[in-house]
Design a protein around this ligand. Structure first.
Ligand SMILES: Nc1ncnc2c1ncn2[C@@H]1O[C@H](COP(=O)(O)OP(=O)(O)OP(=O)(O)O)[C@@H](O)[C@H]1O
Ligand SMILES: [Mg+2]
Length: 269
């Protein structure tokens, strides 16, 4: 299982929708078994992915259990996702499984930074990919996610604040590695999200990003600004289940393809 964390200290840059749509793409396009872990007490990923099943996202088994009792049963925490089929409106199986988040994550003791890693080790044979969604700060849960992951993708908006905040993001990842918390964590790249190609300023910022972090770090694919993204989220679906033929679903396909190629490169293929 390859573990990929969507990480940025900055809020509202698309970590959650990227995590959800990454999972949708790996499921529909690549037929991979995907585990999505919601590390954020805002539980946006959990609310979205459980909406269609009519589950109460606040009252399902979730990853706070990992921190309360180390004798948990792995299966109790894994929540296979079912989504409404567009044609006959019946719930269908997906290849996506959720390890739900909880508002309780803000209150339980999450200071053991390897709790999540130990849980994922137990799930290693069950999935091909694990996508971790993080809160917008360096909380204990973010540290748990960074300690558990093999790879980090940094979603950003094209604006100036994101560019100036990037240095801090990289410093934090470097500090994690230097302190020996997770020496193997690899930054796969920076993903420009919600790019409005019609605005000249956006082109300026895209170029600025390339100058700031280097051409090879930026994903060649930027995810466009599209109302299909919040719409799919509101309907509780990855874009690949909501509007698979949309241009923005194509962007996610291209970005995920790039991720797979970058992972292969790190493995020496
Ligand atoms: N490509 C896009 N096109 C249009 N809207 C987008 C796009 N990506 C994200 N958004 C919107 O931007 C908002 C923030 O996205 P999201 O919740 O994924 O960010 P986040 O980084 O997870 O936020 P937080 O830090 O609060 O967890 C949401 O309303 C989402 O629908
Ligand atoms: Mg989020």
């Amino acid at each position: 299982m390859k573990k990929v964390v969507m990480f940025n200290r900055k809020g509202g840059v698309g970590k959650t929708v990227c995590a959800i749509n990454w999972a949708g793409c790996l499921d529909i396009k690549y037929r991979k078994r995907v585990l999505v872990v919601d590390c954020d007490a805002q539980i946006n990923t959990t609310t979205c992915l459980t909406l269609q099943e009519g589950d109460d996202a606040e009252n399902i088994n979730n990853i706070s259990m990992l921190f309360k009792n180390s004798n948990y049963n792995v299966e109790d925490i894994l929540h296979p996702i079912h989504l409404l089929d567009r044609r006959d409106k019946k719930l269908i199986d997906t290849n996506i499984t959720l390890a739900p988040g909880s508002r309780e994550l803000d209150n339980v003791d999450t200071s053991d930074m390897y709790t999540l890693r130990r849980f994922l080790e137990k799930c290693d044979d069950m999935f091909d990919y694990c996508i971790l969604d993080c809160p917008p700060a360096l909380t204990n849960m973010t540290i748990n996610a960074l300690c558990a992951a093999d790879y980090a993708i940094i979603p950003v908006f094209a604006g100036r604040d994101s560019v100036s905040g990037y240095g801090m993001v990289i410093e934090e990842i470097d500090a994690m590695k230097q302190n020996g918390y997770n020496e193997n964590l690899i930054v796969l790249g920076v993903l420009i999200n919600a790019l409005d190609r019609r605005r000249a300023l956006e082109k300026y910022y895209k170029d600025l990003w390339k100058d700031t972090v280097g051409d090879g770090v930026i994903f060649n694919t930027a995810i466009r600004d599209s109302s299909d993204v919040p719409n799919a989220y509101e309907f509780g679906k990855p874009i690949h289940y909501y509007k698979p033929s949309s241009d923005v679903a194509g962007d996610y396909n291209n970005a995920v393809k790039e991720m797979i190629a970058r992972i292969k490169k790190t493995e020496g293929h």
